[in-house]
Every structure is written in structure tokens, then in C-alpha cells.
Design a protein around this ligand. Structure first.
Ligand code: GLC
Length: 772
């Protein structure tokens, strides 16, 4: 039966469509390029991803066209029909997101109930998405033969997600992460499409368990569904994929500028923190082998019996003093913090306070839920309540007082060794009681927010938080890593599309465990992994206790030397990465990008999984196969220079590149200027006195950003911008464009094929003067 569209009300910026059966569908015009589609199904309407009012004043028109109602902004056209069908077009009338009118064609399933248990008995998975729930719904969109899908956060698999289906439900996933896995630690329900080359985005803001089927079931449609919640999604438009991604980060927030040293090298292993001596020995290794480093991570053993906010003084004689000594050696310490709080009735303040105040998640009968994590029986803070987050944030000060450099949140899916927490547990959504089903996917998000706010209040610096679990928008509070990967080549291969997808999903500071966390790495795998990670913002080697050691000196001489070369090279690029992050905070575009993000009109890049770009001027093509010493590299439009020998190549072609073990294939867009950091052992808190810029090609221009790299003063204008230019005629200029931060560089070098130009800062006119 037809459910007629009977009329509409227009109360800018919202247009309410009314249907014969009494239903209402809301089209909420956020900006010219962002329209929200909303149908209230009686569930909470607050968003955890979007903070503040993101509406821009937008002029749009609405017209009754007889068989449909048409809403137009300068960039999007929406046509609404009977049966709650809505179709989105770009400003030129190209279809973007169109409701599907045909029947679903479920895939045949021959797994009857009797055999389900047989399959499970052998330890195989079966897909049992709960569709029996009364509140389940799905939104089905038609799919074109030429339509690719991107995004969706950390979902393992390939860059183009067409043909696969995924679940959004944060899971502590210890098995191999590959394209057959439906979901791991994070739920970032934003996807991007290129439909016949026309870009769009879809952000499905629903925290309940959701599912995306991107053309697995049918070649005619894709769909997304949720076990509960309101119908709530945003269609994102834009002239390019970049515009669309920028619209997503506009809605959910950008990754804020980190402290600069966060871009330095970080060494970790579950096991170092069993004693201060052991941590000190790792630092000795970095000194002995002349390897730069900024951070050593402390895994769970530094705690007293795995109790959160404790530091075991039998393992660390004087933790605060130890942290200070390490800091003097140029190394910061990053402690882990788990979501589960030890159930300890014997004077453990965190448990005691939480119990007294009723801060832990409860069973339906009102008793506190007890799961099992590292400390044994453990309880879980109810982070949905602002009061609980404030309490947690106050305790986070413990780390600041100890001198630690940040907080590494783990097991925050939340994970329990007894399996998933029951879905009917009582959580809070603000002050409202709700269940685990609504809050599960935002648990890690809210814990990260508490850690961020706690560290910010305690230190006044830009907080360094890492989290394993996340939801859309968590990037505002925390960096992320991709969890427990393995020392296998397929996980190195996965790192590129996974980090690229995370970048498109708002997470500009992300990383994988370099060398692989579980299982034993090999010198070759470790070397290639480090090379591949040269520009990965979160640059950390981490391994599981019991696996083969994977510090740079744990193998042969060649591995150590190559490792050192790439660490030194990384530090050369740190000023560039910092510039890129500054740019990201302004543009909403990630640092690490799949080629398709920069070249969405080039069909040749839409499926590339083994190359990435850094901003728009660097192309990285790592070796990700065991034994390979050459590979094919696709270069997109433009002219490219081989970083190692300056050989020039035209784009839009595939070339063969030799890459013996010590070589990472790396290309710089011709006529690019890049900052070239000083050779250092650690990133200093002291302002740098000298900066070098390198020209690749014949001419170019570059804007470089400088601030104190630590706190929030840049937000009040305490920063400098340098403009470096090499003109076609060879003239070289360095200018201080914006001057809000003291001190400036005393000297700036510009290196070109024609020589090195030296500029000194001239106090009298507050600018740079060519000296030689
Ligand atoms: C989890 C984390 C891993 C950590 C381990 C011990 O598996 O993902 O990084 O080393 O717990 O804390």
C-alpha cells in the first residue's frame, strides 16, 4: 500500500515531510552541502559524534512538484516521494544517494539450525545479526555499476569496500584482521561513495549495533541497518571527495594539533614496565645505538596488581623520580590505563569511591556488574554520565603529577575475558538510564574524552591520548592505534588501506603496531614495516610479551643500520608532518591519504591499496611482500621526482622501481618545497634556531607553521608562518608572514640544485635577509 506524502512544513532550516500514516521525515539543512535525514523512532536524539550546533545559515528552496517535493540548496537537490523515499542529487543533477525501490534479494542461506551448532563446534564463525529485535530497521539505497565505497574507520580489508559487509560494534578482536572480518575495535559509521565519478558521503549517526552491506547481497543496492535507534543520517556533498571528507570533519570535528614530539619515534613492548631497570635499559639501547626516540610506553605491569591509577613501587622504586630522570634523557613515558577497575574492597580508593557514588555499570537488578579483565574481577565506569567522566578526569591528574606524557586507553570496547558484556546492562546516556546496547560503541569515546579533559586541566598542554576503541568524533580527544595486529605480511599490507580509511574517517593521528604485535616478527618484515610507516603520524613499535624481541638492535647489523636510517629520515620530515597536521586542523583533510582522495577523477587510483600520499606532494609506495625487491608504482597526474636520485617521471603511468631491503620507494611532486628538520635525538621543547627547506624541482612555494609545539597559546595567535618561494627565474625568498610567536628562527637555509641560500633574521625589519 502506498504511504502518500501528503505535505510538508518548512521552518528553516528544517523541512518536515508528512505522510498519510502519520509518519514524519525531517530534512535538516545544515549547510549547502550537508543535509540530515531524521525520523524519530522514540529513542534519544543526542549525538555523541557532533558537538555544538553545526548549522550554517543556508538559503534553500522547497517546492511542491506534484509527484514529489523538491528541496534545493546551491549544491544538493533532494526529491522526496511517497513511501518516505528520498533521492539526493548534486547541484548539477547527478544522482548521489537514491532510495532503492525494488525488493531486497537476501542471499540464500543453507545453514539450518541443526547445522549451526555443528559449524560452531568446529570453531567456525557464523553470522548471526539480530534482526528479530522489534526496533531493527534498514535503509536501502540503489547502487550503480560504477560505484566505489570508502571510509568506515578501521574495518579490515581493502580501500574500496564494495562487495563486503561490516558490523559496527566495538570488539576486542585478537584473531587475524583481514577482509573476512566484519568489524574490530572501532565503529566509525561514515562511508564515502563515488557514484559514476560523483562524490558523496553518508554518515549514519547511530550508536546501536549497525551493519553496512555495500553490495555484497546485490549488485543493485547497498544498505545500512541498525538494531535500534532513530533513523538518523547525513548526506554529505561537495565538488570533490576532499570537500566531502572536509564536510564530515566539519560535522564531527578535526584531530587537534598534538604536541610536536608526539610525531617522534615511540618504542613499546608489553613487558618493559615490569621494572624501572628494564625501561632504563631500553633507553640505554637507543643511546648506545644512536637511535632517535621520544617516547617509551609502559604497559600494564607498572600498575600495582593491574589497579588503575596506581604505580607499583616494588617495580619502580620512585616512579616520579624515574619519570623525571628519563625526561632528562629526552624520553617521555606513556602509561596504559584499562577500562576495567579492579574489584578490591580492601582500601582501593578508585573502586571504593566508585561504589559509594554509584559510578559503575549495573545489572538490570541494580547490583554492580562484575566482569573479568587483567586484575581479575573488575567493574566498569558508567562514562555516559558527565559526573563519572569528571571523576575519572580528576584521577587522570595522577599521570600528570607523575610526569607521564599522556594516557594510553585500552580494553575500552569495553572488553572482558568472559566475553562481551551483556546487552541489557544498565548504562547512562547523560542523566537518562539506558542499556549497554545504546552506549557500547561510545564507551571508549567517552573514556577518551574524560582522559583528554583530565590531562588538559592538569597540564594546560595539548593532551596526548591513545585509544583502541572509538566512535565517530573521537578524533577530537584522542589518537588511535589499530589494536592487536600480528607480525605477518598481510597485516603490513592491511596497514595502508586501514590507516587511509581511518584518515578519511577523521582520524588524522593513527598508527599500527610497527613490526606486528602478536607472533614473531622477522628482520625483513620489521624493516619493511618501519619503511612503510615513515609518514604514519603515530609511529610506534609495539610487541606482545612472549614474542620475539623487536627492538631495532634485536637482529643483525643491517637491520639496525636500516632502522637507524629511517628513524633519522623520519625526524627530517617531522616539521613537514607538523605542518600537515596544522593544515589538517584548518582543512579537515588527513595527513595520510589514499590516492583516490587527491585524484578522485582518475579511475586508475580507485582501488590502490599499496600506496599512500602525504598531503598532496609526497607519494609512498612501500614494499609489502616478503622477498620483493622491486615493485610497480602508479604515479598520478603531474611530474614526480624519485626522492633518492631525482629521476623525473611523468604521471598517469605505472613504473617499475627497484627497492632492495634498505630502500623505500618514495616520490616527491616536482616543484615542491619541503621543510627538512635538523638531525636530532629527540624533539626538543626548546625552540629551534635553524630551519632548512629543500626544493624538489625548479621552483615552488611553501607555507611553514611554527609555534611552541606544546600548549594552546597558538589558539590566541602565538604562532608564526613562514613563506618560502623559489621563483621561475631562480630568485629565492623567505618571508615571515605572520609573527605572533617568539622567537623566530635565527637562520633559514633554502637548498636547491643551484646551491644553498642562507637567510638571517633581521630584527630591524622583522624579516629575513639573504646573506649568501
Ligand atoms: C591489549 C592491547 C595491547 C597490550 C595488551 C596488554 O592486548 O591491545 O596493546 O599490550 O593488551 O596490556
Amino acid at each position: 500500500m502506498t504511504n502518500r506524502l501528503t505535505g510538508y512544513q518548512n521552518a528553516a532550516p528544517k523541512v518536515t515531510l508528512e505522510y498519510a500514516d502519520g509518519r514524519q521525515l525531517l530534512l535538516d539543512v545544515y549547510t549547502n552541502e550537508i543535509i540530515r535525514v531524521f525520523m524519530n523512532r522514540g529513542r534519544a536524539t543526542n549525538s555523541y559524534a557532533i558537538e555544538g550546533d553545526k548549522h550554517h545559515k543556508t538559503s534553500y528552496t522547497v517546492e511542491d512538484k506534484g509527484d514529489h517535493i523538491e528541496l534545493r540548496t546551491p549544491s544538493l537537490i533532494v526529491k522526496a516521494y511517497d513511501n518516505c523515499k528520498v533521492d539526493f542529487y548534486d547541484g548539477d543533477g547527478n544522482p548521489l544517494v537514491m532510495d532503492y525501490r525494488g525488493q531486497r534479494q537476501p542471499l540464500p542461506n543453507d545453514l539450518d539450525e541443526e547445522h549451526q551448532s555443528t559449524v560452531l563446534a568446529e570453531g567456525h564463525d557464523i553470522n548471526l545479526l539480530d534482526k528479530t529485535n522489534d526496533h531493527y530497521y534498514e535503509v536501502i539505497k540503489s547502487m550503480s555499476p560504477d560505484e566505489q565505497f570508502y571510509g568506515l574507520g578501521d574495518k579490515p580489508g581493502f580501500l574500496n569496500k564494495r562487495g563486503y559487509d561490516y558490523d559496527n560494534w566495538n570488539v576486542d578482536f585478537g584473531q587475524v584482521h583481514n577482509e573476512s572480518v566484519k568489524g574490530i575495535y572501532k565503529s566509525i559509521p561514515v562511508m564515502y561513495g563515488l557514484k559514476n565519478g560523483h562524490p558523496y558521503g553518508l554518515f549514519f549517526d547511530n550508536t546501536y549495533k549497525s551493519h553496512f552491506d555495500l553490495g555484497k547481497e546485490s549488485e543493485n543496492y547497498y544498505y545500512y541497518s541498525a538494531t535500534d535507534g532513530n533513523v538518523d543520517y547525513y548526506v554529505l556533498g561537495g565538488h570533490s571527495l576532499k570537500d566531502v571528507v572536509a564536510n564530515y570533519t566539519y560535522l564531527t570535528g578535526v584531530t587537534p594539533l598534538p604536541q610536536k614530539w608526539v610525531l617522534g619515534y615511540q618504542q613499546s613492548r608489553w613487558g618493559y614496565s615490569t621494572s624501572d631497570d628494564r625501561v632504563a635499559k631500553i633507553a640505554d639501547g637507543f643511546e648506545k645505538y644512536h637511535l632517535p626516540i621520544d617516547v617509551i610506553h609502559l604497559d600494564i605491569d607498572y600498575m600495582r596488581g593491574y589497579r588503575d591509577f596506581t604505580w607499583d613501587t616494588t617495580k619502580f622504586k620512585n616512579p616520579k623520580q624515574f619519570v623525571a630522570e628519563m625526561r632528562k634523557r629526552g624520553i617521555r613515558l606513556m602509561p596504559i590505563l584499562d577500562a576495567g577497575v579492579k574489584q578490591d574492597k580492601d582500601g582501593y580508593d578508585i573502586y571504593q569511591e566508585g561504589i559509594e557514588k554509584g559510578y559503575f555499570v549495573e545489572n538490570p537488578d541494580g547490583t554492580v556488574f562484575v566482569g573479568r579483565v587483567w586484575p581479575g574481577d573488575a567493574v566498569f565506569p558508567d562514562f555516559g554520565r558527565p559526573e563519572v567522566r569528571n571523576w575519572w578526569a580528576k584521577h587522570v591528574k595522577f599521570f600528570a603529577d607523575m610526569g607521564a606524557c599522556g594516557v594510553w586507553n585500552d580494553m575500552d570496547e569495553p572488553a572482558s575475558f568472559d566475553g562481551e558484556l551483556p546487552t541489557d546492562l544498565i548504562f547512562h546516556d547523560g542523566e537518562q538510564k539506558t542499556t549497554h546496547t545504546r552506549m557500547h560503541n561510545v564507551f571508549g569515546h567517552l573514556q577518551a574524552q574524560a582522559a583528554y579533559e583530565g590531562m588538559k586541566a592538569a597540564t594546560g598542554k595539548r593532551p596526548y591520548i591513545i585509544t583502541r576503541a572509538a566512535y565517530a568524533g573521537t578524533q577530537k580527544y584522542s589518537t588511535i592505534w589499530t589494536g592487536d595486529n600480528q607480525s605477518i605480511w598481510s597485516h603490513l599490507q592491511l596497514a595502508i588501506p586501514q590507516l587511509n580509511s581511518l584518515g578519511m574517517s577523521g582520524f588524522a593521528i593513527a598508527g599500527t603496531d610497527i613490526g606486528g604485535f602478536q607472533k614473531d616478527t622477522t628482520p625483513e618484515l620489521l624493516t619493511r614495516w618501519l619503511e612503510a610507516s615513515l609518514f604514519v603520524p603515530l609511529f610506534r613499535n609495539h610487541a606482545e610479551m612472549g614474542t620475539r624481541y623487536q627492538e631495532p638492535w634485536s637482529f643483525d647489523r643491517q637491520t639496525l643500520d636500516t632502522y637507524r636510517d629511517y628513524l633519522n629520515l623520519r625526524y627530517r620530515f617531522v616539521p613537514f608532518l607538523y605542518d600537515q597536521l596544522r593544515h589538517e586542523t584548518e582543512s579537515g583533510l588527513p595527513v595520510m591519504r589514499p590516492l583516490v582522495l587527491n585524484y578522485d577523477q582518475d579511475p586508475a587510483v580507485r582501488q590502490i591499496n599499496d600506496e599512500y600520499m602525504v598531503g598532496t606532494s609526497i607519494l609512498v609506495a612501500p614494499i609489502v611482500n616478503q622477498g620483493a625487491d622491486k615493485r610497480l608504482v602508479y604515479l598520478p597526474a603531474g611530474k614526480w621526482l624519485d626522492f633518492w636520485n631525482n629521476a623525473e617521471y611523468s604521471g598517469q603511468q605505472t613504473i617499475m622501481v627497484n627497492a632492495p631491503l634498505e630502500k623505500l620507494p618514495l616520490f616527491i611532486k616536482k616543484d615542491t618545497i619541503l621543510p627538512w628538520g635538523n638531525k636530532v635525538k629527540h624533539i626538543s621543547d626548546e625552540p629551534e634556531k635553524v630551519m632548512t627547506f629543500r626544493l624538489f624541482g625548479d621552483c615552488g612555494a611553501y607555507k611553514h607553521y611554527q609555534d611552541n609545539g606544546l600548549d594552546f597559546k597558538y589558539q590566541e595567535g602565538e604562532y608564526n608562518e613562514y613563506y618560502v618561494e623559489v621563483a621561475n627565474d631562480g630568485q629565492v625568498a623567505v618571508k615571515l608572514n605572520k609573527h605572533g610567536y617568539q622567537p623566530t628562527y635565527e637562520r633559514v637555509y633554502v637548498e636547491t640544485d643551484r646551491g644553498r641560500f642562507e637567510f638571517d633574521y633581521d630584527d630591524s625589519n622583522e624579516d629575513y635577509r639573504l646573506v649568501k
